[in-house]
Design a protein around this ligand. Structure first.
Ligand code: PGA
Ligand code: ZN
Length: 399
C-alpha cells in the first residue's frame, strides 16, 4: 500500500527544472523517477506544466487519492487514479510531468516490493532473449541545436550487432568517428541537447560524414550498422505556405516525399522518423507505400504515443512504426497500450528518450519488458548513458 508520494523540483539535462517523484509503500518499498521534457514537442502531446505548478496540482488532486488507497504494484490502478485525479484528456491539470514521474516511481516501488528488476515487474519475465537495438544520435540540429543541420537527428543503427553491449559501443564509436571526420574537414562544433555533434554544415555534408563514419566503424566491428533519421518534419513544415522550409531550399509535400524516398534509396536508410508534418496522415501513407518494405517509417509527433492517433494511422496505413515516449501520454499503462496496439498491427515500437532528460533509466526497462525492437536514447552523455548502461546491466543479469 502506498504510504507517501513526495514530489520535488530537480534539474534536467538542459538545466531546466523537472518533476521528480518518490513513492513509498507500507512494506518498505521505494521508487524514484523523474519526468523528461521535449523541445520539438508534438502538438497533440499530453501537457507539461511548469514543475512548481504541476507539483502543487498533483499534491492537491492526485497524492490524496493514492496514499493509503492504491498498491504500488498495481500499475493499472495507480495510473487510473492519476487519470481520474487529473480529470482532463491531456493531463493539463496535474501536468503530464507530474503524472509520468508518479507513474514510473510507482512501478519502481512495485518492483522493489517484489524484489524483482523493473523489467520483470513490467511483464518481461517471459520476454525471451532479444534486446532492443539502440539508435544513436551522432549528428543533429533542428530544435536541438542552433545553427546546425535542418534534419534534427542523424542516427546510427547497429542492426547487425550480436549483443546490446556491442551495439552501444558501436554507436559511441560512430559518434567518435564523426568527430574525427569533422576535424579533418576543419569543422569545429559543440553538441546539441542529446549529445549529438551540432556542426554548422548543410544536411548534404552531414549525410556524407555520417555515411563515412558508419562505414568506418562497420569495418572495425565486423557487423552491419545502418543509418537512420529523425527529420522532425513538423518543425520544418510551414502550414501557411504548405512547404517544408530548409535553410537552402523549400519543398512542397510531393517534393518532400520524393526527397525522403531518394535519401532512403541513396543511403539505405533503415529508419526514418517524422519525415512529414504531424497532421499529414496521407503524405505519411504515400511515403510508407513507396519505401515502407525496407525501411521503418516511424511516427513520433504524428502519433504522440496515443492509441487513438495510432488507430487512425493503422486504418490509413500511415507508417509501420511508432515512437513511444511515456511523457507524451502521461502514464506507463497508456504507453503499454500503445505498444500493444502497435505490435498487434505489425508496427514496430521504438521506445524513446526526450531531448531534455534525467538520470532516470525507466525507458530501458520498458523497452526490454515489451520486447521492443529498438530504443532511441542517444549515444553519449550521462543522461543518455544512464539508459544505455542500464541495458548492458539488464542483458548481463539475464545471461
Ligand atoms: P524532443 O525530441 O524530445 O525534443 O521532442 C526528440 C524527438 O523528436 O524524437
Ligand atoms: Zn522525433
Amino acid at each position: 500500500l502506498i504510504t507517501d508520494v513526495r514530489l520535488r523540483r530537480t534539474l534536467d539535462s538542459r538545466g531546466n527544472p523537472t518533476v521528480e517523484a518518490d513513492v513509498l509503500t507500507e512494506s518498505g518499498g521505494f521508487g524514484r523517477a523523474a519526468a523528461p521534457s521535449g523541445a520539438s514537442t508534438g502538438e497533440y502531446e499530453a501537457v507539461e506544466r511548469p514543475p512548481s505548478e504541476a507539483i502543487a496540482a498533483a499534491r492537491e488532486h492526485a497524492v490524496p487519492r493514492l496514499v493509503g488507497e492504491a498498491y504500488a504494484g498495481n500499475q493499472r490502478e495507480v495510473d487510473a487514479i492519476l487519470r481520474a485525479a487529473d480529470g482532463t484528456d491531456d493531463f493539463s491539470e496535474i501536468g503530464a510531468n507530474s503524472a509520468v514521474a508518479i507513474s514510473m516511481a510507482a512501478a519502481k516501488a512495485g518492483a522493489d516490493v517484489l524484489g524483482a528488476p523493473l523489467f520483470q515487474h513490467l511483464g518481461g519475465t517471459f520476454r525471451g532473449g532479444n534486446f532492443p537495438i539502440p539508435l544513436g544520435n551522432v549528428v543533429g540540429g533542428g530544435e536541438h541545436a542552433a545553427d546546425a543541420t535542418d534534419i534534427q537527428e542523424f542516427l546510427a543503427a547497429p542492426v547487425g550487432a550480436p549483443s546490446v553491449e556491442d551495439a552501444v559501443f558501436a554507436n559511441a564509436a560512430v559518434h567518435e568517428a564523426v568527430a574525427n571526420l569533422l576535424e579533418e574537414r576543419g569543422v569545429a562544433c559543440g553538441k546539441g541537447d542529446e549529445g549529438a555533434w551540432a556542426p554548422s554544415i548543410d544536411d548534404a555534408e552531414a549525410f556524407e560524414i555520417v555515411d563515412e563514419a558508419v562505414s568506418l566503424v562497420e569495418d572495425e566491428v565486423g557487423f552491419e550498422i545502418g543509418f537512420g533519421l529523425d527529420v522532425a518534419g513538423a518543425e520544418l513544415y510551414d502550414s501557411d505556405s504548405e512547404t517544408y522550409e530548409y535553410s537552402d531550399e523549400s519543398r512542397d509535400t510531393d517534393e518532400q516525399i520524393a526527397y525522403i524516398a531518394e535519401l532512403v534509396d541513396e543511403y539505405d536508410l533503415v529508419y526514418v522518423e517524422d519525415p512529414l508534418d504531424e497532421d499529414d496522415y496521407d503524405a505519411f501513407a504515400e511515403l510508407t507505400d513507396e519505401v515502407g518494405d525496407e525501411t521503418l517509417i516511424c511516427g513520433d509527433d504524428l502519433f504522440v504515443t496515443n492509441t487513438e492517433r495510432l488507430r487512425e494511422g493503422i486504418d490509413r496505413d500511415a507508417a509501420n512504426s511508432i515512437l513511444i515516449k511515456p511523457n507524451q501520454i502521461g502514464t506507463l499503462s497508456d504507453a503499454f497500450d500503445a505498444i500493444e496496439l502497435a505490435i498487434e498491427n505489425g508496427y514496430d515500437p521504438v521506445v524513446s528518450h526526450r531531448s531534455g532528460e534525467t538520470e532516470d533509466a525507466t525507458i530501458a526497462h520498458l523497452a526490454v519488458a515489451t520486447d521492443a525492437p529498438f530504443i532511441k536514447t542517444g549515444a553519449v552523455g550521462g543522461e543518455r548513458t544512464a539508459k544505455l548502461n542500464e541495458l548492458i546491466r539488464i542483458a548481463d543479469d539475464a545471461t
